[in-house]
Design a protein around this ligand. Structure first.
Ligand SMILES: NC(=O)c1ccc[n+]([C@@H]2O[C@H](COP(=O)([O-])OP(=O)(O)OC[C@H]3O[C@@H](n4cnc5c(N)ncnc54)[C@H](OP(=O)(O)O)[C@@H]3O)[C@@H](O)[C@H]2O)c1
Length: 307
């Protein structure tokens, strides 16, 4: 049995869709118990099941609640052996470190001898390099806390998610600006490649221990290169709006984030700009993140901005 957290989120939704497609391809319509290779049962933990499409609700087991709630998480993990794990970005959380702890602590109760044995979690590049990096430091600390549990763990180490640009659709369309951090090469990846890697690992019971899985897209592009490609794909002139820590912090405060979340996000941007852990020092990983930036712009960004 595989437990999927955040099944309504960008990454979790795609993980779930891919798992369901594999299971339906394997001929199973109802949740099956046990067994690898696509015939595995799927259980989701979700705050509001009505947010799941009907076709999903009909084909998975649903536990209502948050995975920060020990009771709900325990119920979701009953009899399960693997889990897709994601701590949701929550700008209203009063504390960044506290937010990650609030999700990671209940996990202790459901791992170990009698519970989930393999966890595939979403994290970030930057281990061993990022210092005082706000949200990034908290995410890396989460991995280390999970690694100390009696469980096998793969941390999907994402760089800048291209889907961040979807939140800029109006800025791009109406102001002709693309806001990006970084100096030199900025590593990025598509959430579809994160989900595909998660699914591959969730269906593989041969791995053990704790390892990072870097997910750096195939292109060596600077923010300026990325803006040029977005402009070519959209067929309109665009300019780069560099993002620094202070600007990002102020923007998040203006949008209603808590003081600590805005500070943590600002520290993350400053660290990203100054420490380069989303930069060229991280080799591209085209085997696991094959989607090129231009392809992503054509298939995902263009319809979102112009459609
Ligand atoms: N952005 C980047 O560049 C970047 C880079 C590296 C790593 N990351 C990591 O990537 C992940 C981003 O994931 P994503 O894009 O899939 O996020 P997302 O689209 O925001 O989805 C998060 C989901 O979590 C659910 N949720 C929110 N608060 C919750 C709570 N208190 N309890 C339970 N569920 C809750 C929400 O669903 P409901 O509202 O339906 O409950 C939402 O669908 C984060 O872990 C982030 O740290 C991001």
């Amino acid at each position: 049995m595989i437990v999927v957290t955040t099944p309504t989120g960008q990454i979790g939704r795609e993980v779930l869709d891919r798992l369901l497609a594999l299971r339906l391809d394997a001929g199973g319509c109802a949740p099956a118990a046990g067994g690898a290779n696509g015939a595995t049962g799927i259980r989701v933990i979700v705050r509001d099941p009505a947010r799941l499409p009907a076709r999903v609700r009909e084909n998975v087991e649903v536990v209502q609640g948050s995975h920060a709630d020990p009771g709900a998480l325990k119920e979701a993990c009953e009899g399960a052996d693997r889990m897709f794990w994601l701590v949701p970005p929550t700008p209203q959380a009063p504390s960044v470190a506290g937010h990650f702890r609030d999700f990671t602590e209940p996990l202790r109760e459901v791992t170990g001898a009698a519970g989930v044995r393999r966890i595939v979690g979403v994290s970030t590049l930057g281990r061993g390099t990022a210092k005082n990096a706000g949200i990034i430091s908290a995410s890396l600390a989460m991995d280390e806390a999970i690694a100390e549990m009696d469980v096998h763990y793969r941390a999907l180490c994402a760089p800048f998610l291209r889907e961040n640009l979807l939140g800029q659709a109006a800025l791009i369309r109406d102001a002709g600006l693309v806001a990006l951090p970084g100096n030199g090469v900025l590593r990025t990846c598509a959430t579809s490649d994160v989900a595909a890697t998660a699914v591959r690992l969730l269906r593989d019971d041969s791995w053990t221990g704790f390892e990072d899985v870097p997910l750096a897209g195939p292109d060596d592009l600077s923010p300026e290169d990325m803006v040029r490609i977005v402009a070519e794909v959209l067929g309109r002139p665009l300019r780069l709006q560099p993002v620094d820590g202070a600007r990002y912090r102020a923007m998040l405060l203006g949008a209603g984030a808590s003081e600590d979340w805005a500070r943590g996000a600002g520290d993350m941007m400053t660290a990203l700009n100054e420490q380069g852990f989303y930069g060229a020092a991280q080799p591209a990983t085209p085997d696991t993140t094959p989607t090129g930036f231009r392809q992503w712009c054509e298939e995902v960004l263009k319809p979102a901005v112009l459609g």
